[in-house]
Design a protein around this ligand. Structure first.
Ligand SMILES: [Zn+2]
Length: 246
C-alpha cells in the first residue's frame, strides 16, 4: 500500500498534467505554440488563474465561460480525471515511486497519443519519441530491460510497414509499438496487448460498419486501441495469461 502523501501528490500532478494534456492535444496537431495563455474558444478572453484549476474550475463555472457563457467541452474535465486516474493506477502497479512516476508519465503520453490519433489520424513524433525515452527509463528502473517485448511489438509494426510500404501502418506505429513494449514485462504480455488491441479495434470497426456510421474505406485510428490494449494488459495481463496458458 502506498503512503497517503504519494497518493495525493500523484493525483494532483496527474490532474495538472491532464490539464496540460488538453492544451497539447489541441495545439500540437495544429502546430500552434504551446506557450501561449489559455483562452475561451468562444470569446477568446484569456482565462484567469482560478479558471485553470483542473476539474474544480469546470464545476465552479458549471461548464460555461464566465464572460460569454459559451459551453466548455466535457472532454476537458474528463481528460483531467482520466489523467489523475492513470497516475493513481501507475502508483498501485509499479514497484517504487520512481518506477510509478515513469509509468504514470508513459500512460499520460499514451492518453494524449490516443486522443490526437482519434482526432486527426496521426501522432506527433515528439510524443512518440518522448514515450520511447520515458518507457525505456521505466524498463531500466524496474530491472534489467526485457528486449523481447519491445522487439516483438515494434517488429510487428515494422513488418507491416515494410510489407505494405507504409500503406497499412505508419512509421510512427513502429516507434509507438516499441515504446509500449518497453512497459510490458514478458513476450506473453506483448502478444496479449496486441491481441486485445486488435480484438477491440475489430469489434468497434464492426459496430461502426453495421450501424452505417463508417464506410469500409474509412481509416480507423489505431492508437486508441493500442492504448486500451496496453491498459488492459497492465491491469489484468497476469490473470488473462494464467487463464489462457492454463
Ligand atoms: Zn467565453
Amino acid at each position: 500500500m502506498q503512503d497517503s502523501f504519494s497518493v495525493v501528490l500523484f493525483v494532483l500532478v496527474g490532474a495538472l498534467l491532464g490539464s496540460f494534456g488538453n492544451v497539447l492535444t489541441l495545439r500540437l496537431p495544429r502546430g500552434e505554440s504551446i506557450g501561449g495563455r489559455s483562452h475561451c474558444p468562444h470569446c477568446s478572453r484569456v482565462l484567469r488563474a482560478w479558471e485553470l484549476i483542473p476539474v474544480v474550475s469546470f464545476m465552479l463555472l458549471r461548464g460555461r465561460c464566465s464572460t460569454c457563457h459559451g459551453r466548455i467541452a466535457w472532454r476537458y474535465p474528463m481528460v483531467e480525471v482520466s489523467s489523475a486516474g492513470l497516475f493513481l493506477l501507475a502508483l498501485s502497479l509499479a514497484p517504487g515511486v520512481e518506477a510509478a512516476a515513469l509509468l504514470a508519465l508513459s500512460l499520460w503520453l499514451l492518453l494524449l497519443i490516443a486522443i490526437i490519433d482519434a482526432q486527426v489520424q496521426g501522432i506527433p513524433d515528439v510524443l512518440n519519441f518522448t514515450l520511447l525515452i520515458v518507457a525505456g527509463a521505466y524498463a531500466f528502473v524496474v530491472g534489467t530491460p526485457e528486449l523481447f517485448p519491445p522487439l516483438l511489438t515494434g517488429g510487428f509494426f515494422f513488418f507491416q510497414w515494410a510489407v505494405s510500404r507504409g500503406r497499412w501502418t505508419g512509421s510512427g506505429d513502429i516507434i509507438l509499438g516499441t515504446g509500449i513494449g518497453l512497459l510490458l514485462p514478458t513476450v506473453g504480455h506483448a502478444l496479449l496487448m496486441l491481441a486485445c488491441s486488435y480484438i477491440l479495434g475489430a469489434g468497434v470497426a464492426t459496430v461502426l460498419l453495421l450501424s452505417g456510421r463508417s464506410k469500409r474505406t474509412d481509416h480507423l485510428a489505431f492508437a486508441p486501441f493500442l492504448a486500451l490494449g496496453t491498459l488492459l494488459t497492465l491491469l489484468w495481463g497476469d490473470v488473462m495469461l494464467g487463464v489462457l496458458l492454463g
